[in-house]
Design a protein around this ligand. Structure first.
Ligand code: ZN
Length: 287
């Protein structure tokens, strides 16, 4: 009975997290779980956050000293950053073009001013804070257990939480450089005018990988290396459906592969532990 009560508490917390994050599907299913538990039945849905699952996660973390985390957009959306790949009306209200088109190298060259309008408006979110996932990962690194965070996000939230070794596959909005003289500029300078310019007259470009641009080869190699050496891999907030995620995770060959994600992925079969809940909530439990 104590176990069920504990699971119920976890799931109720999870329900509110799902509601907060607008996961309507998960929210409703989790409510059904709560109802079943109150009736003394054992809930069957994947959204039932069972204390044994969390205990297994904690056990795996305790046994590991070379953990690597691989994160996608879901890690940031829980801090209130919209996923620009997800189709929502937001972008189409003010912009004629879809975000993937605006965030391309050719659009940057041909419509520089419009690119920066969108970039300032949608890609650089002010006042954001790291969530439980970022904080938990920073702490694991500090304890010497986690060796690297590999992320597809460009918002710098991991560093804000205290993480030191962050491999930003798609770059960062916090780094900007002059396209002529390569001088680095900080974020505020880079957002000053409609088209930010360097003292030399060159355009200051954000150090983010645009569509049509290649990911940095050395960075991918470094990520693959960390994954190859890891004794535990935690993947979160990504459906693993886009390159390079799909290619990179094959470098991990260990037996502690944990996937924390709200929806199913093509890799579910390969995974040692699946936790269907919000990444912030799950990682918050190991602190
Ligand atoms: Zn310059």
């Amino acid at each position: 009975m104590k176990g069920i009560k504990h699971d119920l508490n976890l799931t109720i917390e999870h329900v509110s997290q799902q509601a907060k994050n607008n996961y309507a599907d998960g929210y409703l299913q989790a409510l059904v779980d709560v109802k079943q538990a109150l009736n003394g039945e054992t809930p069957s849905s994947k959204y039932w956050v069972n204390h044994e699952t969390i205990a297994t996660l904690k056990g795996m973390v305790a046994e590991s000293d070379n953990i690597v985390f691989f994160g996608g957009a879901g890690v940031s959306t829980e801090s209130g950053i919209p996923d620009f790949r997800s189709v929502d009306g937001l972008y189409n209200q003010e912009y004629v073009y879809p975000p993937e088109f605006i965030l391309s190298s050719s659009f940057f060259r041909s419509n520089t001013e419009e690119f920066f309008r969108f970039y300032r408006d949608k890609m650089v979110i002010q006042g954001i804070k790291p969530n439980q996932a970022h904080l938990a990962l920073a702490q694991l690194e500090q304890e010497g257990k986690l060796k690297a965070v590999i992320t597809q996000n460009i918002d710098g939230l991991h560093q804000m939480a205290g993480s030191k070794n962050v491999l930003e596959l798609h770059g960062s909005t916090h780094r900007n450089y002059c396209m002529e003289c390569a001088k680095p500029h900080d974020l505020d300078n880079a957002l000053d005018t409609s088209i930010p310019l360097c003292e030399c007259g060159g355009i200051v470009k954000p150090d983010v990988v645009l569509y049509e641009e290649q990911l940095k080869h050395e960075l991918l190699e470094e990520a693959a290396n960390y994954l190859f050496q890891a004794d535990m891999l935690i993947i979160g907030g990504t459906s693993l459906s886009v390159y390079p995620a799909t290619a990179l995770i094959h470098y991990y060959t260990g037996d502690k592969l944990v996937l924390i994600n709200n929806s199913e992925t093509a890799f579910d079969e390969r995974v040692d532990l699946i936790i269907r809940t919000s990444i912030g909530y799950a990682l918050g439990q190991i602190l």
